[in-house]
Design a protein around this ligand. Structure first.
Ligand SMILES: [Zn+2]
Length: 455
């Protein structure tokens, strides 16, 4: 059996005859499941032919419209025909466009508003950017060629170029729709690193953060330091989108880095940022694990170990309850008994637990000493239903940066390339890439976020 797919144009000026696009044949019956329905290659061929036929009709329709001169409104005469090569998600098309000449002022007119050096449709650019933000350029190009009738061998440079172009548009875009005015917003800022391909530089700092409304809804943002994307502008824009006004109470979270703190101050956060509980909790966890791993087979050690384990618990409780001063006392008590574990045997493949514990305590001590002003009574906040940290941001940083940009150790980034991928990843997460502004304020996990997080 066989089918012919026929395309018929509609409308008052449509030609009466239709175009045969493609003929498909199958042996009769369904003995072989491989014969069921369209094959991928037939579907790709079909899409390409629909696209060619549509564009040819659009070009023909466009050619009969005689434009008037854009500068003097004079009468235009036919000058010549010019083909324009345009890549689309459904293959390359080459519409022939009439060029007109203004009889009065000599201006060349085409009657189209396409950008001068544009070689692809915005939708293809976005598709390239979207996939490139989730996959490596090479894999993204492969996936597209596998599924769509795009030119095979689309260069990685093309995908990179489109990603940068879409990122530029995202940076320049006006603020999207704004939420209702928010009485309170939480903002967090964190830093991570990607490997640099620039000479004399191993890593580049990447700053990522999010703005959250207590009732739900959030926006993520990020930028590669010194890439030209202003972190202050990003913060301002995201606060605006989340409904900040003059009365909005801003609460900021960050780790100990003073650079991030001053950014938050510059962004208009008046109260000192709170030291993110997540950062302390991680170090307390290290301390707990190494205390639990202390060797206790020699006399005197079991009781010392028991004392230390209990004191580390106490340390946790004291910091959680905002008693940083007393926490110092606890650290001193632990240190006072640690001589018992001097010359502790190293375990295979790892340092001695006492060494790790000493290190973890040192880090906690540094937080308590250097950042005591940023420590709060986390327990009290927690009981009041307020945020104590942004462990959520660690996951966000991981999604925004690590999954794509640190996936392979050898992956090295240019500043502009890394920032472009970051802008697109943020837009995917926020649901603002392309025309889909609709997901912005749904609290919880939107499908677009789940898809994005899976990548
Ligand atoms: Zn003119």
């Amino acid at each position: 059996m066989g089918w012919v797919l026929r395309l018929a144009e509609t409308g008052p000026d449509a030609p009466t005859e239709s175009i045969d696009l493609i003929e498909i044949h199958r042996s009769s019956g369904l003995a072989d499941i491989a014969n069921l329905g369209l094959t991928l290659s037939e579907a790709k061929e079909l899409l390409a032919r629909v696209q060619q036929a549509m564009v040819a009709a659009q070009a023909r329709d466009h050619a009969v419209r005689r434009p008037s001169c854009a500068s003097c409104s004079g009468l235009c005469h036919l000058k010549d025909w010019r083909p324009r090569r345009i890549a689309t998600p459904f293959g390359e098309v080459v519409p022939r466009l009439r060029r007109w000449l203004c009889a009065d002022c000599g201006r060349t007119e085409t009657g189209i508003d396409w950008p001068e050096n544009c070689r692809s449709t915005p939708e293809l650019n976005e598709l390239h950017a979207n996939l490139s933000a989730l996959l490596t350029y090479r894999v993204a190009a492969g996936v597209l060629a596998h599924l769509l009738p795009v030119e095979t061998g689309t260069s990685l440079e093309t995908l990179r170029g489109h990603t940068i172009k879409v990122a530029d548009q995202l940076r320049d875009a006006a603020t999207g729709p704004c939420a209702a005015e928010a009485p309170a917003l939480d903002i967090s800022l964190d830093a991570t690193f990607v490997r640099s391909r620039h000479d004399g530089e191993r890593h580049m700092e990447v700053r990522v953060g999010n703005v959250e409304a207590p009732g739900g809804g959030r926006q993520v943002f990020g930028t590669v330091a010194k890439s030209g994307t202003s972190i202050l502008a990003l913060i301002g824009r995201n606060l605006a989108v989340m409904g900040r006004n003059g009365d909005t109470k801003l609460t900021a979270f960050t780790d100990g880095c003073s650079g991030l703190r001053s950014i938050l101050t510059d962004a208009g956060v008046k109260d000192p940022p709170i030291l993110d509980w997540y950062h302390i909790a991680m170090r307390l966890q290290h301390a707990k694990l190494s205390a639990g791993g202390l060797a206790d087979e020699t006399p005197g050690r079991p009781s010392a170990k028991g004392f230390i384990v209990a004191q580390v618990e106490r340390l946790h409780w004291r910091i959680w309850n905002g008693k940083a001063k007393n926490a110092h006392v606890t650290i001193d008590r632990i240190r006072a008994v640690m001589y018992v574990f001097k010359n502790e045997a190293r375990r295979r493949g790892a340092g001695a637990s006492s060494g790790k514990l000493w290190h973890a305590l040192h880090e906690i001590d540094e937080y308590l000493t250097g950042q005591s002003a940023w420590l709060v009574n986390y327990a009290k906040r927690y009981r009041a239903g307020l945020r104590v940290g942004t462990s959520i941001t660690e996951g966000t940083a991981n999604f925004l940066v690590n999954r794509r940009m640190n996936k392979q150790q050898q992956m090295r980034w240019s500043r502009g390339g890394a920032d472009a991928v970051l802008q697109v990843r943020c837009a995917i997460y926020n649901g603002t890439l392309g025309t889909g502004f609709g997901h912005l304020f749904n609290p919880g996990h939107e499908p677009s976020q789940q898809l994005a997080m899976a990548a």
